[in-house]
Design a protein around this ligand. Structure first.
Ligand code: ATR
Length: 276
């Protein structure tokens, strides 16, 4: 029986067991996907014991994503660029390899929701709000997808500048106060800050300057309809919620461990929404 896991600390909040459990059942696979709570002190030992415990791999969540990046035996090029690992598997040489599937997960959800030509909106421009780990994964995803201009706005400008260093020719840091100007040249607006999340203040941004064909995406999924997405819909813009990224980022890991590529279906989405 193939075993996989999600490891974090704490781990009770993770929806990953529901997602992978749904797919295991759907495909009739006799495997397991286990929720494992491991402290930062115990994390290196946990990784070292994966083979002897018969795990094919698993997901890594807060607070271990950067530690996993440092401790694995090999990295996918994408994880190397992002500097964080959310998916572990054993590669062809049986080395513990770290991948980051947040970037392709975000892009896959946009493709599924908006159609693959969303990259033409606003002449291939995006504005990313926030400059933390999630923003880094999304900027890498947008670069891989070929966007010509990506602006990053962050309350702390230094962090946006550090992100822009990923590809200075295509990524530019903008000050938070210059957002209204940046909005006018944006085909895709993405919120990666914690603003709008349950228990946090809302993101209050006047979307009036966004072009008419712009799309607005939030990676916050609790609540599913954030004030930002509500404002986008009120303006008649395409709105993309954060749940899709969570579902799509799970696909590559499942495919690697269980050798079946699962789909993100309306049934799976409904199942997770019921649990939010
Ligand atoms: P993650 O790794 O999950 O992306 P993070 O590194 O804590 O999380 O980043 C959170 C993001 O939300 C940051 O961009 C943060 O801005 P700072 O870099 O200036 O801290 C942003 N953020 C959090 N609270 C904010 C607020 N009240 N106003 C504006 N941005 C905020």
């Amino acid at each position: 029986m193939t075993r996989a896991f999600v490891v974090g600390h704490p781990i009770g909040h993770s929806r990953s067991p529901l997602i992978h459990g749904h797919w295991l059942h759907e495909h009739g696979i006799a495997g397991s996907y286990e929720r494992i709570d491991v402290t930062p002190e115990a994390f290196p030992g946990f990784l070292a014991s994966l083979r002897e415990n018969g795990f094919a791999g698993g997901n890594v969540t807060i607070p271990h994503k950067e530690a996993a990046f440092r401790l694995v035996e090999s990295l996918t090029p994408r994880a190397a660029k992002i500097g964080a690992v959310n998916t572990l598997f054993f590669d062809g040489s049986e080395r513990l390899c770290g991948d980051n599937t947040d970037a392709p997960g975000f892009i896959a959800h946009l493709d599924q929701t908006l159609g693959s030509n969303w990259t033409e909106r606003g002449a291939g421009t995006a504005l990313v709000l926030g400059a933390g780990g999630a923003a880094r994964a999304i900027v890498v995803g947008l670069l891989e997808r070929g966007l010509s201009r990506i602006r990053v706005a962050n309350r702390t400008l230094d962090r946006a500048e550090a992100l822009a260093a990923l590809d200075p020719a295509r990524v530019e840091a903008v000050a938070w106060r210059d957002l209204p100007t940046a909005l006018a040249h944006t085909g895709l607006l993405v919120n990666t800050t914690s603003l709008g999340m349950v228990g946090h203040p809302p993101l209050t941004l006047d979307l009036i300057d966004l072009p008419e064909d712009a799309a607005v995406a939030d990676i916050v999924y609790a609540p599913l309809e954030t004030p930002l997405l509500a404002a986008a819909r009120a303006r008649g813009l395409s709105a993309v919620d954060g749940l899709g990224m969570l579902l799509h980022q799970a696909v590559p890991g499942f495919a690697r461990w269980f050798r079946v590529t699962p789909s993100v279906t309306p049934e799976l989405r409904a199942r997770i929404v019921a649990d939010l």
